[in-house]
Write a protein that binds this ligand. Structure first.
Ligand code: MF3
Ligand code: CO
Length: 284
């Protein structure tokens, strides 16, 4: 007969007994904990880091090659070629029916824009390029904004503040803080600058699957939400609008998310690992 040994430990072995003790205290206090399968083992972290390295190299490559006059389909081709040349798979491709390898979202497109051979980057555009990689079964995810030609000061400022929102969110994502602390910090910075935070889309756990628990909202209240625990890997990817936070999905393709008022939106995305002392940025 197989012997059943009850384990009382919550964290995987690669995290310290001290962290385990702190976690048990929070558990007794009744805080919502992440499911154990979301806390990464050493083996998973190794694979996730390799995937993340390719994802970051891809964004660096795009930074050097995206130009005015190029179509978004050309960006898609670069993403597909670079990713497969590195022995990896672009995660968006055929994900829930998404038809391309990357999301390209220009100006009032908030996210999930579909690359097209008929859509050209023109001077004054701001474009978000969101890339996600599968390597040896492990997932990574990140996005950056690219400024095309002469961009207005108003739109430049939106892009800069959005990047600050992402960085402030990352700084707030520390062990034993709460997910609401991350959302609140981002929301405060966006609204202080006269912008709004998109409510309908959020960051997410990522690593073993493309999108896993928890949802990481970019707005909220401090001291609420799931406890942040060493070993979690998730994205922080605020979408910040110049006008209203309301968005709609283009009925024609079922994917493209646009601002209700047609004003521009920006997004920067990082994926992080929560460590025992803070976090490690895996992608940006
Ligand atoms: N990369 C996006 C994210 O940050 C998800 C895109 S889903 C896709 O979560 F199907 F559009 F690719
Ligand atoms: Co993401």
């Amino acid at each position: 007969m197989k012997k059943f040994t009850k384990t009382t430990r919550y964290l995987p072995k690669n995290w310290s007994d001290e962290a385990e003790a702190i976690l048990q205290r929070h558990k007794r206090e009744g805080h919502k904990l992440p499911s154990r399968h979301l806390l990464r083992t050493e083996e998973q972290l190794e694979g996730i880091r390799e995937s993340a390295k390719i994802n970051t190299a891809l964004l660096d490559y795009l930074s050097e090659n995206i130009r005015e006059g190029m179509s978004t389909a050309e960006i898609d081709h670069m993403v597909y070629a670079f990713t497969t040349d590195h022995g990896a798979i672009p995660a968006p491709f055929l994900y829930e029916g998404f038809p391309k390898s990357v999301c390209t979202s220009i100006n009032d497109v908030v996210c999930h824009g579909i690359p097209s051979p008929h859509e050209y980057l023109k001077s004054g555009d701001i474009v978000n390029v969101d890339v996600s990689t599968i390597y040896k079964g492990y997932f990574s995810d990140a996005s950056r904004m690219y400024l095309i030609g002469e961009v207005s000061p108003e739109m430049r400022r939106l892009v800069e503040v959005t990047r600050e929102c992402r960085d402030i969110g990352v700084a707030a994502a520390r062990p034993w803080a709460r997910l609401g602390d991350v959302g609140a910090a981002i929301q405060e910075h966006a609204e202080k600058n006269g912008y709004s935070v998109v409510r309908d889309l959020c960051g997410h756990g990522c690593g073993v699957k493309f999108h896993e628990e928890p949802d990481v909202e970019h707005f909220g209240r401090r001291g609420t939400g799931m406890l942040i625990v060493p070993g979690m890997t998730f994205t922080i990817e605020p979408m910040i609008n110049m006008g209203t936070y309301e968005v709609f999905v283009d009925e024609a393709d079922g994917w493209t998310v646009c601002t209700d008022d047609g004003l521009p939106s920006a997004q920067w995305e990082s994926m992080i690992l929560i460590t025992e002392t803070g976090n490690e940025v895996l992608t940006q």
